[in-house]
Design a protein around this ligand. Structure first.
Ligand code: CUA
Length: 229
């Protein structure tokens, strides 16, 4: 999760988020180069007092400053397109999680495991333990196995919500009457926090998501316990 003075992206917990960070850095680098060049040129204009009585056209320089930005844009567009298609790829998921947005909490279904279902509410500030995260911790976490492809199906029961986990690079809208699909692969254990990111009403800020990523044998233990209870 994001903590104090973290203005950048969170550490990635999935290969796709890693790629998103690489793309962000790549695009930012190009942006900085353009800004510095244009800034320098504009600054130097203040000191330019040259006058050329015969300069009426410059077709070569116009060709250059038209084609060059187009080529630079390709260097952003092509990696962006690659990422876009990579994010949509489904790689034989080993399990499916269904998350349903409600005003204002998430509920989950483990469709492959006896359809275990539960609600996940934010823990309110007055009930929060001293080591809890305010407005971010929930009563029932989503337990998921690490190092496995997981498919998520997102939908909503009332208005549009959005299931968003920055560290995993996941952001899917939950729309009433639709099922949106995406997938991810968590490559380390830990807690990954997320929030709803569609303006879904008065308590929009208070429907966080907590994913607890555990080794597969731990997950098996938990899921069999859930199925037998
Ligand atoms: Cu649900 Cu915002």
């Amino acid at each position: 999760m994001s903590t104090w003075a973290n203005l950048g992206l969170q550490d990635s917990a999935s290969p796709l988020m890693e790629q998103l960070i690489f793309f962000h850095d790549h695009a930012l680098l190009i942006l900085v180069m353009i800004t510095v060049l244009v800034g320098y040129l504009m600054f130097m204009l203040f000191f330019n007092s040259y006058i050329n009585r015969f300069l009426l056209h410059g077709q070569l320089i116009e060709m250059i400053w038209t084609i060059l930005p187009a080529i630079i844009l390709l260097f952003i567009a092509l990696p962006s397109l690659r990422l876009l298609y990579l994010l949509d790829e489904i790689n034989e998921p080993s399990m499916t999680l269904k998350s349903i947005g409600h005003q204002w909490y998430w509920s989950y279904e483990y469709s492959d495991f006896n359809n275990i279902e539960f609600d996940s509410y934010m823990i309110s500030t007055n009930e929060l333990s001293t080591d809890g995260f305010r407005l971010l911790d929930v009563d029932n976490r989503v337990i998921l196995p690490m190092n496995s492809q997981i498919r998520i199906l997102v939908t909503a029961a009332d208005v549009i919500h959005s299931w968003t986990i920055p560290a995993l690079g996941v952001k899917v809208d939950g729309t009433p009457g639709r099922l949106n699909q995406t997938n991810f692969f968590i490559n380390r254990p830990g807690l990954f926090y997320g929030q709803c990111s569609e303006m879904c009403g008065a308590n929009h800020s208070f429907m966080p998501i907590v994913i607890e990523s555990v080794p597969v044998n731990y997950f098996n233990k938990w899921i069999s316990m859930m199925m037998n209870s």
